[in-house]
Structures are given as C-alpha cells and as structure tokens.
Design a protein around this ligand. Structure first.
Ligand SMILES: *Cc1c(COP(=O)(O)O)cnc(C)c1O
Length: 420
C-alpha cells in the first residue's frame, strides 16, 4: 500500500461502535485491571498504555502513521518541533560531547543547539549542508550527531542529503534530518540513508495552523547501527534510571524507545491527545495539500519573477534557482513546497507591501492553509547585526511568503495590488 493510503488507515481498527474517525482518548491514565498487568507494563513485558505523559492510544495512532508515512520503523510524538529536536539530540549527546549542526536551519533550532545546549556542556560545530565539504573534518571521537534540514526554513535551500549520510556512516555517527518544510509527501530522508527524522507538526502536518507539536521517527534497522557502537554506550549499557535495563537487549526500535522511557518520562514534553487527534486529521490530506501548495507557490513565484519592481525571486521550483536541479532530483513530481522569498528595492517598500496585502497575513508561521507574509529584516532577524544579516542572505528588502491554499489567482491579484 502507498503512504498516501496508509496516512488515512494505518493502525486503526474500528472499535465496537464502528467509529470511522479515530477516537480521541482524552485521558490522563488507564485502568490496568490487575496488579500483574500493571507490573508487566512497567517491566515492558507487555506493551500498553501507562500514563499519558508516556503514551496514549490516540497519540500512538499518530506516531504509527508518521512512522509509515516516513517509511520508518517507529515514532515518538512530543509537544513541539523544538522538543523533538531537543530529545533527538539529547538521546545521543551529553555533557563534554559535541554535535555538528547545519548553518542554514530554523532560528529556534539554532538557538537551542548552539546556545542552550552549550549551557548543558554540549558543543555545536557548524557546517555547510549545501555542499557538506567541511563536514568530515569536523567529526571527532566525541561527535554524537549531525543535524540539518532537508529544505531549510527560512533560507529555502536544499541539503546534499546523500553526501551527509555517506560521511556520517563512514564514522558511525547518527544523522538527524528536520523534514518539516519538505514533508514526507515530497521527500523521504530515509531513502537517502538518514537515521532519524524530526518534524514540527505545527506546520504542514496540522496544515491549518491549529496546534503545536513535534515528532521523531527512526529508520528501519537503526538498532544495527546503535548496537555495539562505541560512540553510544548508553544504548548498550544498563540504564540505572530504569532498573538496569539494557536497550540493546530488547527486540524493539530503541532510539524512540529510549527517548520515550528516559527523556519523555523525565522531561515531560508530552503531546496533548487532542493535538495528536488534530495531526491525524492533517495527515489524511497532507499529500493533496502539498501538491496545491507547491503548484500555487510556483505560479506566485513565476508572477513575481516577471514583475518589474521585484529584483529577485528564490524558489526551488524556478529554473533560475540554484537548487532547481536538486529539487527535481529529490522531490516528488517536481513539487517544491510552499515557501518562497523575493527581494524588492528597500526596507520601506517591503514594509509597505506587507501593509497592503489583504489575503497574505503578517504572521510568523509557515505551512498554514492561509497565506502568510513576513519581512525578516524587521522581525525574525531584527537582532542580527547588519553584516551577519547580509551573510545569511537577509537583505533589507527581502520578503518571505508561505503560500496557502487560497486560489492562486486571488493570491497573485493580492500581490499585484500590494506591489503597486
Ligand atoms: C517551526 C519549526 C521548528 C520548531 O517547531 P515548533 O513546533 O514551533 O516548536 C523546527 N524546525 C523547523 C524547520 C520549523 O519550521
């Protein structure tokens, strides 16, 4: 069965009532029925719900669907994309060790991985994910993870995923790919040799700007890379916090298992069951929506490219874009997702455009069904010194669009009016 079909059916068999929609188990805890069952569940002799901080039947269906849609083995849902990134990294690295992080990633991921984790003794070294030419020389014996985005937000660049996987595998380092912007509808990082995928479910997965959430997916066969790998002793030695459990001894996908039993148990960024339920609804239409986001974004990009007041347009679907070939090679049916940016003369004109659009709304989010417009120089990148700003490609006249699901005709008309 294809992922598009599994996204609607996997992991749910109707209950006695015959409910077509996945039921929402809005509950904190579960009746074990007997002392023995309770003991078995805690000892992992029997898998089943314990407490909603650890697992929940609605969330589990979302996790299992994410795992199949990404062609992975298992998934763990958490309460935000940020916590997905944190748990994925904290599952591998600890104080005194280092991680290698792409330069072009989401701002929140940059501050988490390079500043906040530093206070916990984990050092981040930066690499260029476009070429990965500098990656290998950064790896040392304390390197525990390589983190990057497949299609980067907000830079709209595409990583050399195969090269990153090849270098990492040579050194037995785990790779983590944030696939939020490309989504599983366009791109599958596991097919290119990546080990772990993270998502902000807050974007295209919910798809309508309804809830914050995140998910971690591990690839099939990842246990083989972790077992007896001297970089990751904590998967192979007794876990004191879980009465001496050795993850490598279990016949279970151990990356997400450890993230659940140790990190989610102790730090508790569990998803609300209702949010998991919303993400299940979102997944049902993800492939359809991504087609429309991609098609409309291309139409808007072509219109902007032809406009005399627009200096430059960045969208991988355009032939003029440096990532066009990569986009065609990696992404399904030439789709390039819904993010694009363009440059106009100056700061003031950019702000005027934002104030004049009626459909494009001034919001800092992406992946909503409603179209969004942002001016990075006056908002998300305001604190960045001007010289660094230019280095990261953010000019004073740069405008970013997240193209939604309104008719592209209306969106183009809105821009004609605003650019006037
Ligand atoms: C939004 C975003 C995140 C953070 O996710 P939240 O759900 O907002 O915590 C991480 N990575 C990317 C690429 C994002 O766009």
């Amino acid at each position: 069965m294809t992922e598009q079909t599994l996204a609607l059916h996997h992991g749910y068999t109707q209950d006695g009532v015959g409910a077509m929609a996945v039921p929402l188990y809005q509950t904190t805890a579960y009746d074990f029925k007997s002392a023995q069952t309770a003991a078995n569940r805690f000892a992992l002799k029997e898998l089943g719900p314990i407490y909603t901080r650890l697992n929940n039947p609605t969330t589990e269906i979302f996790e299992n669907r994410m795992a199949v849609v990404e062609k992975g083995e298992a998934a763990l849902a958490v309460s935000s994309g940020q916590s997905a990134i944190f748990y994925a990294v904290a599952n591998l690295a600890q104080c005194g060790e280092n991680i290698i992080v792409a330069k072009k990633i989401y701002g929140g991921a940059t501050t988490l991985l390079t500043h906040t984790l530093k206070r916990f003794g984990i050092e981040a070294k930066l690499f260029d994910s476009d070429s990965a030419d500098d990656l290998e020389e950064l790896i040392d014996e304390n390197t525990k993870a390589i983190f990057f985005e497949s299609l980067s937000n907000p830079h709209i660049t595409i990583a050399d995923v195969e090269k990153i996987a090849k270098i990492a595998n040579k050194h037995d380092v785990i790779t983590i790919c944030d696939n939020t912007v490309a989504t599983p509808a366009l791109f599958n990082p596991f097919e290119k040799g990546i080990d772990v995928i993270v998502h902000s479910a807050s974007k295209y997965i919910t798809g309508q700007g309804l809830a914050i959430g995140g998910v971690i997916v591990e690839r099939k066969g990842l246990n083989d890379k972790l077992i007896a790998n001297t970089r990751y002793p904590h998967f192979n030695e007794p876990d004191e916090s879980y009465h001496g459990l050795v993850y490598a001894d279990l016949p279970l996908p151990m990356f997400t298992l450890r993230a659940r039993l140790s990190l989610l148990r102790d730090m508790g960024a569990a998803p609300a069951p209702f949010n998991s339920w919303l993400f299940i609804q979102g997944l049902e239409t993800l492939a359809l929506r991504m087609k429309q986001h991609s098609q409309s974004a291309l139409e808007v990009a072509k219109f902007l490219e032809s406009h005399k007041k627009v200096k430059k347009v960045f969208y991988p679907g355009l032939e003029s874009n440096p990532y066009h070939q990569k986009s065609k090679e990696y992404f399904k049916d030439g789709q390039s997702s819904g993010l694009l940016s363009f440059e106009v003369e100056d700061f003031e004109y950019a702000q005027k455009i934002l104030d004049n659009t009626k459909i494009f709304t001034v919001v800092v989010n992406i992946g909503d069904s409603k179209s969004i417009i942002t001016h990075p120089a006056s908002t998300t990148h305001m604190q960045v010194p001007p010289e660094d700003l230019l280095k990261s490609g953010v000019t004073p006249g740069l405008i970013r669009l997240s193209v939604g699901l309104e008719s592209s005709e209306d969106l183009i008309e809105d821009l004609i009016w605003a650019l006037d």
